[in-house]
Write a protein that binds this ligand. Structure first.
Ligand code: GLA
Length: 395
């Protein structure tokens, strides 16, 4: 859905002019499964967005319309209950968390919809949570700080929706900045923008169209395995509270203390943090090919040590490995399906997508989807007067 369609629906339904916000999906360049290990991540907000058309109602009632799903629910902010349907919970969780934080909000009417592919690992759920938190802060003059918005959106997912995800997705949704990647320290919650010069490259996402049921159960198992590893390593050094406290030399010299599986899991996380820190230096010196090589290494770690990849993702990364125009590729997000992220030379991207499409179809009998994306600001008020925005939605 385009902003025009979302706004039109709102006006038709509620007969008034809405406030309009945009809330982006995200990519992650490197640093996977490190956020809940108090490590580093390097995401960016993108030009796939959810649009919110919203206005306070006259009382405590809310009518929430998911235009893409053609579905509506009504609720009252004094009686927020978990919904049997999944989508309302991302919104209800935000209302619940704001109220638990003492925010004085009233009822509101909302139409939302957009173009973030669902289930592709681009964090459409964090976009809903971050977008609504931001919109309600503006609508009801809550004066929350950006980091407050992140924490509320994150808690909505953890405590209301019930998924124990890390903080990366909600963080980048609020803090994203055009043409920059965000290095987040998931321990201190400090951040730093890292410039990325992609003039000669395209960011191509290849969507396997696979969403394995394993995803959330295996995600929790990985978290537990890391916690188990820390317990053992902290017996060697009680100062170790998370894998963030563990260096490469330390983990390698205490390999024998960990069961083989836990060593693989922990060693992946320690190496991934290291790759990310070095990768940021590559970006600062504009050495994109050195950065791209680290993306491949990250994929091998996710595939062989952390074991969260799947056959379909591996097929797409091996096409990328063999194509001279691709300088870096890896699976992205939680794993077991979703997208690969590829940095591809401008002159080669069509050829690469062609080859990937054919190879994938041959090997899996399935069509992939390819998306391009560029790096945009985090959640903000939508300004349709702005040329760039209106051009993007001109269809
Ligand atoms: C999902 C979670 C994030 C992060 C990634 C893996 O996207 O929501 O918090 O853990 O998986 O890096």
């Amino acid at each position: 859905m385009t902003p025009y369609q979302v706004i039109k629906k709102f006006k038709k339904e509620f007969d008034q002019e809405p406030f309009v916000f945009r809330s982006p999906g995200r990519i992650n360049l490197i640093g996977e499964h490190t956020d809940y290990n108090e490590g580093f991540v390097l995401p960016a907000a993108i030009d796939k967005e959810i649009i919110f058309a919203i206005h306070p109602s006259d009382n405590n009632s809310c009518k929430l319309i998911a235009i893409d799903l053609n579905d509506t629910i009504k609720t009252d902010i004094s009686d927020i209950k978990y919904s049997k349907k999944l989508w309302p919970n991302y919104l209800l969780g935000v209302i619940d968390q704001l109220q638990k934080n003492g925010a004085a909000i009233g009822g509101f009417n909302l139409v939302f919809g957009g173009n973030i592919p669902i289930g592709a690992g681009l964090s459409s759920s964090a976009a809903i949570e971050g977008g609504l938190t931001y919109a309600l802060d503006q609508l009801f003059d809550l004066n929350l700080t950006k980091i407050d918005l992140v924490k509320i959106a994150h808690k909505a997912e953890n405590e209301f929706v019930g998924l124990r995800c890390g903080i990366m997705d909600q963080y980048i949704n609020i803090f994203g900045e055009k043409n920059k990647v965000l290095k987040i320290d998931c321990r201190s919650l400090e951040y730093e923008y890292v410039p990325i010069n992609l003039d000669n490259y395209k960011i191509v996402l290849l969507d396997t169209q696979v969403k394995h049921k394993l995803q959330s159960s295996e995600y929790n198992i990985r978290r537990e395995q890391c916690e188990e590893g820390i317990k053992i390593l902290s017996r060697v050094n009680p100062k170790i509270k998370s894998l963030r406290d563990v260096g490469l030399d330390f983990i390698n010299s205490h390999k024998d203390r960990l069961p083989e599986l836990l060593f693989k899991r922990c060693s992946y996380v320690v190496n991934e943090n290291q790759r990310l820190l070095e990768g940021c230096k590559d970006l600062r010196t504009n050495n994109i090919s050195a950065f791209g090589e680290k993306m491949f290494q990250s994929h091998y770690g996710l595939r062989d040590e952390y074991e969260v990849s799947c056959k379909e993702l591996d097929i797409l990364v091996s096409v990328a490995e063999d194509h001279p125009g691709v300088i870096g590729a890896r699976m992205m997000g939680g794993g077991f399906g979703g997208c690969t992220i590829n940095l591809v030379k401008n002159e080669d991207y069509l050829d690469f997508i062609d080859l990937a499409t054919k190879t994938y179809k041959d090997k899996t009998r399935t069509d992939i989807k390819a998306y391009f994306c560029s790096i945009k600001n985090g959640t903000s008020t939508l300004n349709l007067e702005d040329n760039e925005t209106s051009n993007r939605f001109m269809y």
